[in-house]
Ligand binder design. Sequence first.
Ligand code: ZN
Ligand code: ZN
Length: 203
Amino acid sequence: MNMPDIRKFSRVDDIRSYCTRPVMLKDGRIVATDSRSVLCVDAFDGEVAPLNNDRTDNAIVEGLAMHDDPARAWYLLSEVERPELTACKDCNGTGRVRYTDCEDCDGDGVFQHGNHDYTCKECDGEGRHRAADGKEHVCDECSGLGLGPRYTSMQLKDMPSDARDVDAVLMSRFPDGCEYSPGNPVLIRGEGWKAILMPMRNN
Ligand SMILES: [Zn+2]
Ligand SMILES: [Zn+2]
C-alpha cells in the first residue's frame, strides 16, 4: 500500500512522549504527531501506546473531522512542485547539535531583576552556546530529521495568504497519488491514511 511511514511523523526527541511514537486515540484510531502535524492510519502493525492527553486527543479528533467537511476542495499533490530538500544547515544533516549551558545566565536565557526579565546578551536568550565538547541535543531547526529547509512556501492552490509556508520535510514523505485540501490546516489524504499539517504564519 502507498502509505507514508508513520514513524517518521513523530519527533526524535520530545518531553511529550506522545510526540515521539505512534499513539492511539480514545476512539481507537492510530496517529503520529509532532504537535504541528498529524498522520492517522487505518492500520499499523507496530507498538502503540495510548495518547493519554485529553486536550491533544480532542484537538486531533477535531482536525481529523475536517476531512469529512464536504465544503473542502481537494487537489492532486502531484500537480504541485515539492521543494527540494538538502542537509539541514544547522546540524549539517546529522540531526544533532552540541551545546553547553550559558554560564552568564545559568542556562535560563534571562535575568530577573525586580519584576522584569532581561534577555541574556551573552547567549541572546538561548541559554546555551554551540560547543564541540557540549552535550548532544536534537537539532531544533529540523527536529532531528537532518533535512531542510523545514518550512517552505509551496504553490498549493487557494492557500490563505498569511499561511503559505508548509513543512517541506513532511511534504516530501507523502506518496504520489495523494490529495491535498488547502487551508489552515492543510489536509492530505491517501488510501488508508489522512494527515493534518499546520502551516507557518508568514505575514
Ligand atoms: Zn538540523
Ligand atoms: Zn545566557
